[in-house]
Design a protein around this ligand. Structure first.
Ligand SMILES: Cc1ncc(COP(=O)(O)O)c(C=O)c1O
Length: 467
């Protein structure tokens, strides 16, 4: 059903539609000023195409809506929690799991149970919430992704891999200070790039040798497994489910935001094999989230997650999903927009550093580009650059900055069509054509942690974008 160069055939049809308000440039300018030039502060009805995130923004299937109706709201031992157990055991295969209201709650509980001040946690690239949960408990997140991920054009099919040599050196040097090691699949903060199974095997072997638990940030495990099937020799005849099983069998546990590959609008999981950790995590869960059968979610949400987990590994769906991302990537690239290649599983990343080479990282080129995308076409994207990812290391007091200044065009699952994305492409192309006119930005106010969510900005030297 998918021809080279064509937008993939959607393996679904629409039963309900959601209205999109069309806005003028003048209305968007006004909305931006009121939002302090932070797209997180925009009212969603002022956004025409919302690619801010793929997290919890997808469309549920008719089966998932039926699950909502089937949801059993019993406080303990509900039918919905049993259905979730069946799906979780089928997909992940860990001994224990706890539901949470979303991924960061699972990260918070894991960090509370395992981390102490002064600890170090290596990963390929920690996502911002994971990094913040580690920093909030006095630990230091360390990113050890391979060098190929620094080059937006390097064709390496697994640019999410950890640099195994550096991980080995790191663990040798700091073994006693590393409570656990992580890997994010796919590597969202590093361009949504997949991690290979051979890399996961090597991380597993190293962690075993140093006796350090290994956790997977599994938000996009199904997209990662599909990309392994497509790109890693030896796995072409494996099913996505069996690849996922292999990935998880090499780890000691996982954190999971169900808002991605479980195709729901809310939910998360903390999964593990260690019984003592499970008991401690369960106590934390009861303190913060809720009873272990519902973990801060309604029974209906648990039920929809149980259904979504199985739909999320459907290979017809995954071919369409990653095909749509690839189509957008290829169209942008062919039209001269610098994008991170090869495409990952959930988003296309525009290299803002290359679009706006005259703006230094200290003047937030990627933030400026997100603002221009909105102003020009009402398209909301997100900055994945120095606003989101830089932080002061508790280890040495130095500013840690990201490798690249990117903006992410995250595709909500089963939501937008080819014509919506054609509008996105035209918007990006018109910005690239007048890139020289775009100015850098300054932060006016920002909190210490997770500043990209609420910081306020102005144009550098107060130059207005309404040129
Ligand atoms: C890789 C990764 N880890 C963790 C999270 C946190 O998940 P949640 O938003 O459900 O708290 C996200 C969310 O976008 C993510 O992309």
């Amino acid at each position: 059903m998918m021809k080279e160069g064509e937008h993939p055939f959607e393996p679904f049809r629409m039963k309900t539609v959601e209205h999109i308000s069309l806005t003028t440039r003048g209305q968007r300018q006004q909305a931006l000023e009121q939002a302090g030039y932070n797209l997180f502060n925009l009212p969603a009805d002022k956004v025409m195409i919302d690619l801010l995130t793929d997290s919890g923004t997808g469309a549920m299937s008719d089966e998932q809506w039926a699950s909502l109706m089937r949801g059993d709201e019993s406080y303990a031992g509900s039918r919905s929690s049993q259905r979730l157990s069946e799906s979780v055991n089928r997909i992940f295969g860990f001994k224990y799991f706890l539901p949470t209201h979303q991924g960061r709650a699972a990260e918070g509980i894991l960090a509370t149970c395992l981390l102490k001040e002064g600890d170090l946690v290596p990963s390929n690239t920690h996502f911002d919430t994971t990094a913040a949960n580690i920093l909030a408990r006095g630990g230091t997140p360390t990113n050890l992704v391979i060098d190929a991920s620094k080059d937006p054009n390097d064709p390496n099919p697994f640019k999410g891999d950890i640099d195994i040599e550096r991980l080995d050196e790191f663990l040798e040097k700091h073994q006693s200070r590393v409570p656990f090691c992580m890997v994010t699949v796919t590597n969202n903060a590093g361009g949504g790039q997949p991690v290979s199974l051979s890399n996961i095997e090597k991380i597993h072997n190293l962690c075993n040798a140093y006796e350090i638990p290994f956790f997977i940030d599994a938000c996009r495990f199904a997209e990662n497994a599909w990309l392994i099937k497509q790109r890693e020799p030896g796995y072409e005849n494996w099913t996505v489910e069996s690849i996922a099983h292999r990935m998880f069998s090499l780890s000691d546990g996982a954190t999971f935001s169900a808002k991605k590959d479980a195709l729901v609008n809310i939910g998360g999981l903390l999964l593990m094999n260690d019984e003592k950790l499970y008991q401690n995590a369960k106590n934390e869960l009861i303190l913060r989230e809720g009873f272990p059968s519902y973990g801060g979610l309604a029974g209906r949400d648990i039920d929809a997650m149980a259904t979504g987990l199985i739909e999320g590994v459907d290979e017809g769906y995954l071919a369409y999903r990653t095909g749509q991302v690839k189509w957008l990537h290829d169209e942008l690239k062919n039209r001269g927009v610098p994008v991170l290649s090869p495409p990952g599983g959930h988003a296309v990343y525009i290299d803002a550093g290359a679009v706006l080479p005259h703006i230094p990282a200290t003047d937030f080129p990627a933030q400026a580009l997100t603002v221009e995308m909105y102003l020009e076409g009402g398209v909301r994207t997100v900055e994945i650059g120095s606003v989101m990812l830089s932080f002061i290391s508790p280890e040495n007091g130095k500013l840690v900055t990201p490798l690249l200044e990117l903006i992410r065009l995250a595709l909500p699952r089963r939501t937008y069509t080819e014509s919506h994305l054609r509008h996105v492409i035209e918007t990006a192309v018109s910005i690239v054509e007048k890139a020289q006119e775009i100015n850098g930005m300054e932060i006016i106010e920002a909190p210490e942690l997770l500043r990209h969510f609420s910081a306020k900005f102005c144009w550098k030297n107060s130059v207005s974008p309404t040129r």
